[in-house]
Design a protein around this ligand. Sequence first.
Ligand SMILES: NC(=O)C1=CN([C@@H]2O[C@H](COP(=O)(O)OP(=O)(O)OC[C@H]3O[C@@H](n4cnc5c(N)ncnc54)[C@H](OP(=O)(O)O)[C@@H]3O)[C@@H](O)[C@H]2O)C=CC1
Ligand SMILES: O=C(O)C1=N[C@H](C(=O)O)C[C@H](O)C1
Length: 268
Amino acid sequence: MLRIAIVGVSGRMGLSLIKAVALAKTAELSVAISRPDSLAIGKDAGELAGIAALGVTVSNDLGAVVDDFDVLIDFTRPEPSLRYVEICRQAGKKVVIGTTGYTETQKAEIAAAAKDIAIVIAPNMSVGVNLSLKLLEMTAKVMGDYTDIEVIEAHHRHKVDAPSGTALRMGEVVAAALGRDLKDCAVYGREGDTGARDRKTIGFSTIRAGDIVGEHTVMFADEGERVEITHKASSRMTFANGAVRAALWLTDQPVGLFDMQDVLGLKN
Ligand SMILES: NC(=O)C1=CN([C@@H]2O[C@H](COP(=O)(O)OP(=O)(O)OC[C@H]3O[C@@H](n4cnc5c(N)ncnc54)[C@H](OP(=O)(O)O)[C@@H]3O)[C@@H](O)[C@H]2O)C=CC1
Ligand SMILES: O=C(O)C1=N[C@H](C(=O)O)C[C@H](O)C1
């Protein structure tokens, strides 16, 4: 049995992850971590997630329980996530990271840690989004040079980072397929006297509303026709199940930086 630790257990994803690990046949929850001031401390993780008791009490010090797990799953915020990665690096433990909103410097820190331990990091753990990334690469190669490309994403009102990590990854994949660097061609929202659209740009639009789990559309628009590739998540369990799949896949990886394309066998 693979022993999984989850940090941020009382978050939206933390609660879904507890359920996903409980449903897994070859993995078990062995550590559940919440912030020191969290009301979840001392509770049973299963009961916290609204399922049967799992016999795992929520605690607040990951460093004190490093011998009790094999893989850590992190869907929190960039700063605590980097602290958890460092604890895992020192203890030689593997990590699955779903957190989004990292700066370039923070991403480089994770890449450096992956020289010592195995890490899967992906802004979206669903099969559908990762398949969409392949479709986007293909569409960009066929239509991207002569169409206007726009990325539209919608999420719940509590989301703190924008554009979503998935939208940015979609933009990166499309830009790379066209030999462009997203840093040079991204336009994040428009207002006022913008001038006509520059064909080489990739536009991003963000919606934050209600309880939308996560929706992404990439539009390739010409005069006379357009192609839209859309993914809609209706349950966080799709992300949580993907994270557990990534944790199990890491069993055979001693070291290195991977993404969900590696886990799902979607790399060229
Ligand atoms: N890769 C993917 O497939 C997906 C990625 N995400 C990403 O996962 C992340 C979490 O999303 P979501 O669950 O909705 O967010 P929530 O705000 O619901 O949960 C985040 C949790 O992280 C923990 N946390 C936050 N700040 C700190 C801190 N300073 N120190 C320690 N722990 C902290 C808390 O856990 P606690 O309360 O237990 O202390 C908090 O509840 C986001 O970055 C989101 O974009 C979301 C969905 C899918
Ligand atoms: O915060 C969320 O909820 C989500 N975040 C991820 C992102 O930023 O891409 C993935 C998913 O769409 C849900």
